[in-house]
Structures are given as C-alpha cells and as structure tokens.
Design a protein around this ligand. Structure first.
Ligand code: NDP
Ligand code: KPL
Length: 293
C-alpha cells in the first residue's frame, strides 16, 4: 500500500483521496483552509457515486516534510506555480515522486525547473465538490499517466478495476489529445451555457465545435478525424456534465482558458498559423470572466 499526499481538496483532490483511501492506501489531503481540514478530520470525505460512502481521510492545512511514495498536485493550472514553489520550500531537494493532473498544458512550464521524478496525468472522470467534505462522482472514466521525467514509482499498484489507471508512453501526445478535447468542449459550453452533450445535439453548436477541432488539431499537428471522433466520444460519455470551465464561470471564478486555448494561440503564433475560432472563444471567455469581476 502507498503513502500518498494530495495537494488541493477541490473536486478532483476529494475524489482521488476518497478512492485511494477506499483502496486502503494511506492518504493525507492538504487543504487551502484550516476549517476544511478540521471538517475532513472529524467527518471524513463523503463519496457519492454509484454507492455513497463516508471515508476516513487525514487532512492538514499545511504541507509537511513527510516521506511519501507520491505527491499528487490537484490544484488548478494557474495555482501550480505557487504550489511548486511551496513544495520546494518544504522538501528542499528531497522531493518525493510527483504527479500533476491539470487540464491543458501551461503547467508544463512550471516543471522545467525541477530535476525530480515527475508524472503527468489526465483525468477522464467528472467530479464536483458539493461542500468541504462531499464529492459527487459525476462521470466515471479512467486516469492516464505518463512519465514526464525521471523514473517515478510505478503506478500500476494504484490501479483498480473500478478505478483504472493506464500508463501511456508519450506524455506530449497524451496531453495534446486531452488539450483538443478541452479546447473544443470547455469554452463552447462556457459561452453557450450548455452541458457537454448539447454540443453534438444542437447542429449549429456542432458546426462550431468541428471548426474548433479542425483548427486546434492543425495547430498541434494531429489527425483531425481522430481528434473529432475523440471529442465526440467525450461529449457522449459526459453528455450531462457541466464542464469545468462552465462550472468556474457559474461559481464566479477565473477559468483555465490560458492553460487551454491560450496554449493553442501561442503555438499558432509561433507557427505563423491563423486560429480565428480559438481567438474568438478565448476573448469570449476572458470577457465572461470580466463580467464576474
Ligand atoms: N473537476 C473535474 O471534473 C475535472 C478536473 N480536471 C482538472 O483537475 C484540476 C483540478 O480541478 P478541480 O479539482 O476541479 O479544481 P478545484 O478548483 O475544485 O480544486 C482545486 C483546489 O485546490 C485548492 N488550492 C489552491 N491553491 C492551493 C494551495 N496552495 N494549497 C492547497 N490547496 C490549494 C483550491 O482551494 P480554493 O478553492 O480555496 O482556491 C481548491 O480547493 C484542474 O486542472 C482541472 O482542469 C480534469 C478533469 C475533470
Ligand atoms: C472532459 C471534460 C470536458 C469533461 O467535462 C473536462 O475535462 C472538463 O470539464 O474540464
């Protein structure tokens, strides 16, 4: 059994903490606020999926210099930079193996200064934090992980039949595949205020979705047909999901648009390509964020 510390007690942090604790791993979750840590320590985490379970989990408001097998960084992309600095401050050079699970690709910039064992992953689950101790598993899927650098702890020990984790050889193509999904689904659901499935069932939205997939796959030099069928499959599988971007807008929070569409716009500029659909959705989401201010 592994010793795991999870930094970030939001939707994904709570989901992973509950699932790994149910599987008998020793999990500590680092919360941003002391009240949440206290609540988890007294009440545990309530996992709501096909079953409902109260799971005892240890929580702390401060990352501690404990030897663990794996440090999972489950914060939003824009929070990774300060979390990495904090990890360095607490652990010095003796940092445990780390797993970063953010959407998009912007967090990769923050990993370049580290010379430690690093895994990156993509989460194909839907999760929603209902309150400090309750997480709703809104869409069951898989987790894919890949080695970004070094020789991290083999993750197959964490994989379970009902919560599978697959190893992927090439981290870049794994993240690029997910990036196209997020570039297409997240901003459009945010702009139109619809669940993921409606991007397929509404013919006008679907036309725009296809153009976005065409444009982003061209910028990333990936096959359009494969990318489109992957995006369609995710829309079907997560048809009733509120995307994380729409959820952030509804909660009055900044979105991960810079880590998602922002990356495509930078790549397009470097390659001298036009990306008008991406530019449009980027500015639209930034405009919606301003409305929240
Ligand atoms: N939710 C989902 O279904 C999916 C999410 N993802 C990706 O997973 C990542 C995490 O998403 P999600 O869990 O939804 O995000 P949330 O915003 O729900 O969770 C992030 C948590 O990290 C906390 N946090 C921020 N900074 C720190 C810090 N310095 N120390 C400790 N905790 C901190 C936040 O606290 P506070 O709220 O106080 O800022 C928040 O509780 C994102 O990149 C997202 O795109 C991918 C697929 C699906
Ligand atoms: C796969 C998808 C689009 C599921 O909603 C997601 O990753 C997100 O919402 O950020």
């Amino acid at each position: 059994m592994l010793k795991i510390t999870i930094i970030g007690a939001g939707s994904i942090g709570l989901l992973l903490a509950a699932k790994f604790s149910i599987a008998n791993h020793t999990v500590t979750i680092v919360c941003h606020h002391v009240q949440q840590a206290n609540k988890i320590n007294t009440e545990g985490i309530e996992y709501r999926g096909t079953t409902i379970r109260k799971v005892p989990v240890q929580a702390t408001p401060e990352l501690q210099n404990h030897k663990v097998d794996l440090l999972i960084i489950a914060v939003k992309s824009q929070q990774v930079s300060s979390v990495v600095q904090h990890i360095r401050m607490i652990y010095g050079e003796d940092i445990p193996d780390m797993l970063f699970i953010q959407n998009g690709m912007a967090h990769i910039e923050n990993l370049k200064s580290l010379s430690h064992n690093i895994l990156v992953g993509i989460i194909n689950h839907g999760a929603k934090k209902l309150d400090d101790v309750t997480v709703l598993h809104t869409g069951e899927g898989t987790i894919e992980v890949s080695t970004y650098q070094g020789v991290p702890y083999p993750l197959h020990t964490l994989s379970k039949e009902d919560f599978p984790i697959y190893y992927v050889k090439d981290w870049y193509s794994m993240l690029a595949r997910k990036l196209i999904v997020n570039c297409a689904i997240n901003p459009l659901t945010g702009i139109f205020d619809v669940d993921n499935g409606e991007l397929l069932t509404n013919a006008r939205f679907y036309t725009i979705l296809r153009e976005l997939v065409k444009e982003t796959s061209q910028v990333l030099n990936l096959n359009y047909e494969e990318a489109l069928s992957n995006v369609q499959a995710v829309c079907i599988k997560t048809a009733r999901n509120t995307s994380s971007m729409l959820a952030d807008l509804k909660r009055g929070r900044l979105t991960e648009i810079d880590a998602i569409t922002g990356v495509i716009l930078k790549q397009a500029e470097l390659k001298g390509l036009d990306a008008p659909y991406s530019r449009f959705v980027y500015d639209s989401i930034k405009g919606l964020e301003k409305k929240i201010d």
